[in-house]
Design a protein around this ligand. Structure first.
Ligand code: PMP
Length: 377
């Protein structure tokens, strides 16, 4: 089946490849045959492509080129920052698993029922760990879209002398972010329409960084391993595209479509829950329940209707496990079990939303609410 025949409401898992990225990549495939570390012409050519991409990214992000360290994705970026830090670490309970799984000795900051990290907890933790400490809180959650108060967190960190790292994978390019309010961030190209398998760390010079991958001396010894030139080139193209002002206007339109969908479905089904409803969320993301039908069954039912949605983070796809994000928000089990993530793309149309709403209603109506409970075998 062609991917184009599927309505993609799972944009947060991976953004569709941008046409400009595809065109560039096809052109590059015929040209790239050097290792950027080689000193001969082929190597120098490859290095020039990589450095030009770094330069373009630095210009878009208003940072210095040497602040950008390319990695194989945000998972590696997060792992590198977390593993390398020597000192007390605080992360939120709703972080991506690539943060949560990295260390056993981290403190978890709780979130409120809307999924927003509790600032008072961070303040008190910092008071107990003055000076050299790390706080890592994502800018926006991948499952609920809930946006975190990163500027406030940064200010608390600076008051205490701590460093602030943020996984900004889902926020960058979708909401305005000022990188001056972070000491270090992780980004992934494929969430912006670039190729999969490439990401970066952007950090201030004073950030206490220790390499995870060592040996080859690439990336000024911050990250060993031959760089993914094709991916890095695609990253620059995708990032530039996402920072065009028209894209931010476009996300505003997408937010209106998301609100239409949420309003219409909640009117149709007053028992429907919207996670993080009472706080600011990414324009494109909603995590909603369909009372009476388990999330994994919904994903299959939507798939049969050629609509892609997710039962939570795609990184745990294949494994059905409860969402640590919804759990941290204190969501009850029956609500949690019936919640799916619907994430709109930049290309979602009015007609797509209508199709989604009608399909949602069709699936919902097909459930025998009198007899089927989510606990049924
Ligand atoms: N952080 C967040 C918030 C994500 O959504 C993802 C991707 N699911 C990652 C990190 C991991 O990114 P990558 O796929 O580049 O390893």
């Amino acid at each position: 089946m062609h991917a184009t025949s599927i309505l993609n409401f799972d944009y947060n898992a991976t953004a569709p490849l941008l046409d400009s990225v595809r065109d560039n990549a096809l052109m590059m495939l015929n040209q790239l045959n050097g290792n950027p570390s080689s000193i001969h012409l082929l190597g120098r050519n490859a290095r020039a492509v990589m450095e030009s991409a770094r330069e373009r990214m630095a210009a878009v992000l208003l940072v210095k080129e040497k602040q950008i360290i390319f990695t194989s994705g945000a998972t590696e970026a997060n792992a590198t920052v977390l593993k390398g830090f020597k000192g007390p670490i605080l992360v939120s309970a709703i972080e991506h698993t690539s943060i949560l799984a990295m260390r056993d000795d981290i403190t978890l900051a709780p979130v409120d029922e809307n999924g927003v990290v509790i600032l008072d907890f961070i303040d008190k933790w910092l008071a107990k760990h003055p000076g050299h400490a790390l706080v890592s809180i994502m800018a926006a959650n991948n499952e609920t879209g809930v946006i975190q108060p990163t500027k406030d967190i940064y200010n608390l960190c600076k008051k205490s002398g701590a460093f602030f790292h943020s996984d900004i994978v889902q926020a960058i390019g979708r909401i305005p972010l000022d990188l001056n309010n972070f000491d270090c961030v992780s980004i992934s190209a494929h969430k912006l329409g670039g190729l999969q398998g490439v990401g970066c760390i952007i950090m201030r010079e004073e950030f206490p960084f220790n390499a995870l991958l060592k040996g080859g001396g690439q990336e000024r010894s911050y990250r060993a391993g031959t760089e993914n030139i094709l991916g890095i080139q695609s990253f620059a193209v995708a990032l530039e595209h996402s920072f065009e002002s028209s894209q931010f206007n476009n996300w505003f339109k997408i937010e209106q479509l998301r609100l239409i969908m949420e309003n219409e479905l909640s009117t149709y089904c007053p028992n429907l829950h919207i996670m993080g409803k009472n706080t600011i969320r990414l324009p494109n993301t909603t995590c909603i329940t369909m009372p009476g039908l388990k999330a994994e069954t919904q994903v299959i039912r939507f798939d049969l209707e050629s609509i892609a949605v997710s039962s939570g983070s795609a990184c745990s796809s294949g494994k059905v496990k409860k969402s640590h994000v919804l759990e941290a928000m204190g969501t009850s089990k029956d609500v949690m079990d019936t919640a799916i993530r619907v994430s709109l793309s930049q290309n979602t149309t009015d007609q797509d939303i209508k199709t989604f709403i009608n399909t949602w209603k069709k699936i919902y109506n097909s459930v025998n609410h009198a007899t089927e409970t989510i606990n049924a075998a």
